[in-house]
Write a protein that binds this ligand. Structure first.
Ligand code: GDP
Ligand code: MG
Length: 440
């Protein structure tokens, strides 16, 4: 998405504000990105309308490109729509606090039930019991019992032949008698939404009066997930959503759809089959995933905060003339340090994971940035402007002056040469974008 937006906005350079035509053109790309991420169509429409209004007429920040700025506006709107805060589970009631899990068959209800039970036991020190009300699927109750053993969480003893509401009653009674803090009810699913399932779910809900009713949705189901959510939220009073299989190649669009359709927060994200593969929902991370762009947004944020627009412009101008001397390198290095150093940059830029590994392998870390700064500091003004002057004797002097070795000085010179070469190639792009391109 960043690439495509970059293209659209290249011709916009130098203008003061985002205008309507450009924003609309960008929104066509955003729309495609959202659809590719499996956000449901009506949700996409509502989102685009909202963001278009917001973006038109905004001033363009000097240190980022208009394309990057639109990404940020889109991202902020996504985060807001996904729910700005991490939403935790609500257990504030007379114990046992009952959590009822609902959803289609295979969505991950049973697995998630055990994961939540484990988390509440270990992290919140709660006394937790689980009960399976699934009398449809053969061995469903045994599946939960096995997971209970695995996670050291109590499960309601199985009595054959009982119906879901009866089991729920028995579970509540047992939980009260044995002073459990939390009771998790794992209900039966179906392959498709049907009335029998809905009736059963409503009856159990009426009996148990759950504090939380969590809809478990497979994030890989994409567009379908919306119909599921719609149906469930019409039948029971959902309090939250759990998205499973976010470890797969789901692009997170279901999160946006779920939130829009149910109006309920996404409370957890399942990230694997193991019992500790459960995470709190972080709207910002999912927003990034939906836009498919690593963490470009926070990089833009940092750039806006830390890199002085004038510096970036001056540098861009010099580079456009094909000039890139040691002073320019020093400015770049200082900007990198301000923005959080190599590791942070590498972690944030898409495609930079490899570059980061390479840097680590070659022993390059943030200390190196400081060393490099010292080395350039020990050069004379002429040497900085014209690094070719640096012969063996001068290198020794610079090494001595900066407390490094001639080898370090050579490394820096080599790096400068490579960067100057790269700069020529990317002349037209200034500041941040240039920086990204060097490592991308
Ligand atoms: P239920 O029918 O809704 O109770 O679904 P289950 O809990 O039995 O899960 C069905 C399958 O999905 C099992 O093989 C689980 O291990 C798997 N599963 C559940 N959650 C996740 C998840 O977050 N990631 C992955 N990769 N697999 C999951
Ligand atoms: Mg199950």
């Amino acid at each position: 998405l960043s690439d495509r937006l970059g293209g659209i906005f290249d011709r916009l350079k130098g203008r003061g504000a985002l205008n309507e035509d450009d924003v609309r053109a960008a929104m066509r790309e955003v729309r495609i990105a959202l659809l590719e991420a499996d956000v449901a169509l009506p949700v996409v429409r509502g989102f685009i309308d909202k963001v278009t209004d917001k973006a038109i007429g905004q001033e363009v920040l000097k240190s980022v490109t208009p394309g990057q700025q639109v990404i940020k506006i889109v991202n902020d709107a996504l985060v807001e729509m996904l729910g700005s805060d991490v939403s935790e589970i609500d257990l504030a009631t007379t114990p046992p606090a009952i959590i009822m899990m609902v959803g289609l068959q295979g969505s991950g209800k049973t697995t998630t039930t055990a994961k939540i039970a484990k988390m509440l036991t270990e992290k919140e020190r709660k006394k937790v019991m689980m009960a399976s009300l699934d009398v449809n699927r053969p061995a469903a109750q045994e599946q939960l019992a096995t997971l209970g053993e695995q996670t050291s969480v109590a499960t309601l003893p199985i009595i054959a032949g009982q119906q879901p509401v009866e089991i729920a009653k028995r579970a509540i009674q047992a939980a009260k008698l044995q002073a459990f803090d939390v009771l998790l009810l794992d209900t039966a699913g179906r392959l498709h939404v049907d009335q029998q399932l809905m009736d059963e779910m409503r009856a159990v809900s009426a009996e148990a009066q759950p504090k939380e009713t969590l809809l478990v949705v497979d994030s890989l189901t994409g567009q379908d997930a919306v119909n599921v959510a719609q149906n469930f939220s019409e039948q029971v009073d959902l309090t939250g959503v759990v998205l499973t299989r976010m470890d797969g190649d789901a692009r997170g669009g279901a999160a946006l759809s779920m939130r829009a359709v149910t109006g309920r927060p996404i409370k957890f994200v399942g990230t694997g089959e193991k019992m500790d593969a459960l995470e709190l929902f972080h709207p910002d991370r999912v927003a990034n995933r939906i836009l498919g762009m690593g963490d470009v947004v926070s990089l833009v944020e940092r750039a806006a905060e830390t890199v002085k627009a004038e510096d970036a412009e001056k540098l861009a101008e010099r580079m456009s003339k094909g000039q890139f001397d040691m002073n320019d390198l020093r400015t770049q290095l200082q900007q990198m340090t301000k923005m959080g150093g190599l590791g942070v940059l590498a972690g944030m830029m898409p495609g930079m994971k490899k570059a980061k590994a390479a840097m680590e392998a070659s022993g390059m870390d943030d200390k190196v940035l400081v060393h490099m700064d010292a080395i350039i500091g020990s050069m004379t003004i002429e040497e900085r402007a014209k690094p070719a002057l640096l012969n063996a004797k001068r290198k020794r002097r610079v090494a001595m002056g900066s407390g490094t070795t001639v080898q370090d000085v050579n490394k820096l010179i080599k790096m400068h040469k490579e960067m100057a070469g790269a700069m020529k190639k990317i002349r037209k792009m200034g500041g941040l974008k240039g920086l990204a391109a060097m490592f991308g």
